[in-house]
Each structure stands twice: as structure tokens, then as C-alpha cells.
Design a protein around this ligand. Structure first.
Ligand code: SAH
Ligand code: SF4
Length: 346
């Protein structure tokens, strides 16, 4: 019999399990609290009887992540983790310190099937989805390893969260539970490359998270060259989904735009972008593209990025140039895992 992934279960689900095991329901909240704080083993749950701990061991396992590599920036304290999962697969996470607290960037899949040309995460395709417990464990480990409390989460690591919809939304429910990590949904961003059917499904849940769209190009011609997802759902369909999403949730949408030299960074691009975003309450994040060993994209010059930003602002679209954190450890997302895989291949 496969063991149950108890860290992916809600308090209600653990309550049902308690009932099945002939235990009082209130134990569920106790167990849930342990799973989301310090427990790595059922024996750590010191307020449960030995019999119950043993019964839980028979039925369930506690998912965790193991630190394989930890790189800390000397410039700003950003910590980049390479974690190993129970089956030997690797994922990445980043802990960032801002004035308002700590943010963790988590992965949602091992690899990614979306195949964006500028991204290291997608180079080897999708290996598997992460469970909700593996997403949670990335935050719990960052807290444990640095003795801090995380206040914000961005689902912007490896993987496409809307291609792993059930686990990603289960994670959102668990991470915001006040009996657990209690990170409010307003402090969480979910980033998607534009999986339109997922955006509609997410709208139905009407969660107050921030939806972040990786747009990266103002026209289908440019976007389809770098992001294959655009062939299935083009920019018009994507922006229509954003408008519909906003009607339901009334939340401002973020657009990510990686500035790639000579690809999407002209004033003409900025003008078309501004026109297309008209009518959407939004904010644009301009990101100097990170170099990826396997691709030949180069980031735009700072002056070009500034001009692009000024152009958007002229059209009353607010934009920020994302500051680079951890520049000295800047293996951009997906690259640590690829280094690790290459090492294993040798
Ligand atoms: N799959 C989701 C979330 C993870 S990617 C998505 O694509 O939105 C997180 C962000 O990093 C996305 O905006 C993605 O487009 C961006 N990204 C990927 N590779 C990059 C690179 N080389 N330079 C800058 N941004 C990059
Ligand atoms: Fe996947 Fe996002 Fe990378 Fe595209 S940018 S390959 S969707 S992780």
C-alpha cells in the first residue's frame, strides 16, 4: 500500500483520517501544526501518544526537501537553494530579504514542459509535478535553515504552476491556513506563462493572490518565437482571460517582461505593449534578462530599459525595473539543477 502524503492534507482531511483511525478529531489540528513547523518525523510530535505516532508511521509519510547546495550572496544576503527530493530529483528555491520581510521563490514542478526559449528550467522538459507538500517544504526549510519567518511567497521558480493546477491550488490553501504557515493569500504571487484555461479555473476560486503573467513580448510574432505557449493561446486570448480574471477578482495583475537585447526592447515594442494593456489595471515588471548558458540571449542595456519604462509611463502604465538580487550567485532559475544533472551525467 502506498503511504499517504499527510503534509499535503488539509486539517479536515486529517480529521477524517483520525476518525478512520479511531482517534479524536482535535488531534488533526495538532498534527497539522507540527507538519507545518518543525516536525520531520512523527516522533517529533511530542504531544501525541506513542501508539498514535506508530500508527501514523504505518499509514503516512512526511515529505521533506534536502539541501544539496546553499549559495548565499555577499551583496544582499539572498540565499539560493538546490534541494533534493525523495526520488533523487532536484529543484531550486530562493530566499530574498526585502525591507518588508522575507520572500521565498518556490518551484512547482521538476522541469517544465512549456519550453520558453530564454529559460533554463524548460530545457530538459517536464520530469514531474511537485506535490503541495514539496512546495510547502521549500518554505519550511528556508525558515528552519535561517531561523526566520517568511512573509511572502512567489510561485516563480522552476515549473508552470497552472500546468500543475490541483497541487498548486492545494498548496495555496495549505500555506494560508492560520493553523499552519499562515501566509496570507494577499502576500502570494502566482506566475504563469499564459495557460489560459488555468487562468479561468483560478478565477473561479477567486483567491486574493496576485496573478503574474509572463508576457515578454507585445506581438504574437515575437512572442511565438520565444514562448511556444503563445501558439495555443495568443496574446489576444491571454489578455482577454486577464480582463475576465480581473472582473471576478478585482485584483491588479502583474506583467513580467524580460528585456532581451534586440528581441523585444524597442520603443515600438513599448508602444504596442502600452496599447494592448489599456483597460487592464496592471503593473509591468521589467526584468533585465538573465543569461542562460544554453541560449544566446543577451539582456538589454540599462538605458534601453529606462527608455522602455518611460514610454510605458507616458501611456499611464506603471512599471518597475526589477532590481537584481544575488548578482554574485546569479545562476538564474533552473541553472543550478542543470549543473547538478550535468555532474551526474559525467
Ligand atoms: N512558469 C511560470 C513561473 C516560473 S518562471 C512562468 O513562466 O511565469 C518565473 C519568471 O522567470 C517568468 O516570468 C519567466 O518568464 C522568467 N524567466 C525565465 N527565464 C528567464 C531569464 N533567462 N531571464 C529573465 N527572466 C526569465
Ligand atoms: Fe516554464 Fe516559466 Fe521557464 Fe517558460 S519561463 S519554460 S513556463 S518555467
Amino acid at each position: 500500500m502506498d503511504k499517504l502524503d499527510i503534509k499535503s492534507m488539509t486539517v479536515d482531511e486529517i480529521s477524517l483520517l483520525m476518525k478512520e483511525m479511531g482517534q479524536p478529531k482535535y488531534k488533526a489540528a495538532q498534527i497539522f501544526k507540527w507538519l507545518h513547523s518543525t516536525a520531520v518525523d512523527f516522533d517529533d510530535m511530542s504531544d501525541l501518544s506513542k501508539d498514535l505516532r506508530n500508527a501514523l508511521k504505518e499509514k503516512c509519510y512526511i515529505a521533506d526537501v534536502k539541501i544539496v547546495k546553499r549559495l548565499e550572496s555577499k551583496i544582499d544576503g539572498t540565499v539560493k537553494y538546490l534541494y533534493e527530493l525523495f526520488d533523487g530529483e532536484h529543484i531550486e528555491s530562493v530566499l530574498m530579504k526585502y525591507n518588508h520581510g522575507y520572500t521565498v521563490c518556490i518551484s512547482t514542478q521538476v522541469g517544465c514542459r512549456m519550453g520558453c526559449k530564454f529559460c533554463a528550467s524548460g530545457l530538459g522538459g517536464l520530469v514531474r509535478n511537485l506535490t503541495a507538500s514539496e512546495m510547502l517544504s521549500q518554505i519550511i526549510m528556508a525558515q528552519r535553515d535561517n531561523n526566520i519567518r517568511v512573509s511572502n511567497v512567489v510561485m516563480m521558480g522552476m515549473g508552470e504552476p497552472l500546468d500543475n493546477f490541483a497541487n498548486s491550488t492545494r498548496f495555496l490553501k495549505l500555506v494560508s491556513d492560520e493553523k499552519g504557515l499562515n501566509i496570507g493569500l494577499r502576500h502570494i504571487s502566482l506566475s504563469t506563462s499564459g495557460v489560459v484555461d488555468g487562468i479561468y479555473k483560478l478565477a473561479q476560486l477567486n483567491m486574493p493572490i496576485t496573478l503574474s503573467i509572463s508576457l515578454h513580448a507585445p506581438t504574437d510574432e515575437i512572442r511565438s518565437k520565444t514562448m511556444p505557449v503563445n501558439k495555443k493561446w495568443n496574446i489576444d486570448k491571454l489578455l482577454k482571460a486577464c480582463k475576465d480574471y480581473q472582473k471576478v477578482t478585482t485584483r491588479r495583475i502583474s506583467f513580467e517582461y524580460a528585456m532581451i537585447n534586440g528581441v523585444n526592447d524597442t520603443i515600438e515594442c513599448a508602444t504596442i505593449l502600452a496599447q494592448k494593456l489599456k483597460g487592464i489595471m496592471c503593473h509591468v515588471n521589467l526584468i533585465p534578462a538573465n543569461p542562460v548558458v544554453e541560449t544566446n540571449f543577451v539582456k538589454s542595456d540599462d538605458s534601453r530599459i529606462d527608455k522602455f519604462k518611460t514610454c510605458l509611463e507616458r501611456y499611464k502604465i506603471t512599471a518597475t525595473v526589477r532590481r537584481t538580487l544575488g548578482a554574485d550567485i546569479n545562476a538564474s532559475c533552473g541553472q543550478l539543477r542543470r549543473q547538478e544533472e550535468r555532474k551526474e551525467e559525467v
